[in-house]
Design a protein around this ligand. Structure first.
Ligand code: ADE
Length: 230
């Protein structure tokens, strides 16, 4: 049983990597994978890099080459839901690709030939992750629900409002989660994801995001992972 822990950027995982000094490193598909034990559990850590293609390639490599039996993603996201503020935590129940549109052949957002637009996360692993996030960050507000992904950093209030209008139950937006959800669906692998809100995907998103990833993201990931594996 090897749990894969994935983040997009080094800033989101540095403190978790530091917890595992005796790891074995290998490079596959241009990415460094760190294998070792954390709190007695076999883990493999990796930085996917940014975007859906990078995330999907990472997930396939984790499954095919590193025998991952479950994947947990940790990182940051832009808040979309009205009550989802910077510093809050969102645990995903499902993912959707907000920039996927093969209409009129298929309904907007539907993944062609899958017959659906939403990919649920694993209920049991998600429940464990939500408990871990709540224990790690007791001062943060915790939300559960839909996270949407797309190959765009959403950094204008106009675009954030358009996404809210189109997908009113979307809590947060990021750039990787739905790709991993689809790969895990294909392989029948449990998947769960937690995102701390770094910005509101609005006109101030760029500065808020950079400040947050430099100052807090990695510590939050490390605290949540420590509680998940404890
Ligand atoms: N990840 C963190 N903030 C984001 C944003 N505003 N858009 C896309 N991905 C993000």
């Amino acid at each position: 049983m090897t749990l894969a822990i994935v983040a997009a950027m080094r800033e989101e995982l540095a403190a978790v990597l530091a917890l595992m000094p005796a790891e074995t490193r290998s490079t596959v598909a241009g990415r460094e994978f760190f294998r070792g034990r954390l709190h007695g559990q076999e883990v493999v850590l990796v930085l996917s890099r940014i975007g859906k293609v990078a995330a999907a390639a990472t997930a396939v490599t984790l499954i095919e080459r590193f025998d991952a039996s479950a994947i947990v993603f940790t990182g940051v996201a832009g808040g979309l839901g009205p009550g989802v503020q910077v510093g809050d935590v969102v645990v995903a129940d499902a993912f959707l690709q907000h920039d996927l549109d093969a209409s009129p052949l298929f309904p907007r957002h539907e993944v062609p030939l899958y017959g659906k637009s939403r990919f649920a996360t694993d209920a049991a692993l998600t429940a464990r992750l939500a408990v871990a996030a709540g224990a790690a960050l007791p001062q943060a507000r915790l939300h559960r629900g839909l996270i949407v992904s797309g190959d765009r950093f959403v950094a204008t209030t106009a675009e954030a409002r358009a996404l809210q209008a189109e997908l009113p139950d979307a809590l947060a937006v990021e750039m990787e989660g739905a790709a991993i959800a689809q790969v895990c669906h294909d392989y029948g692998l449990p998947y769960a994801a937690v995102r701390t809100i770094s910005d509101r995907a609005d006109d101030a998103a760029h500065g808020d995001f950079l400040r947050f990833v430099q100052e807090v993201a990695s510590r939050h990931s490390a605290a949540i992972v420590a509680h998940l594996l404890a």
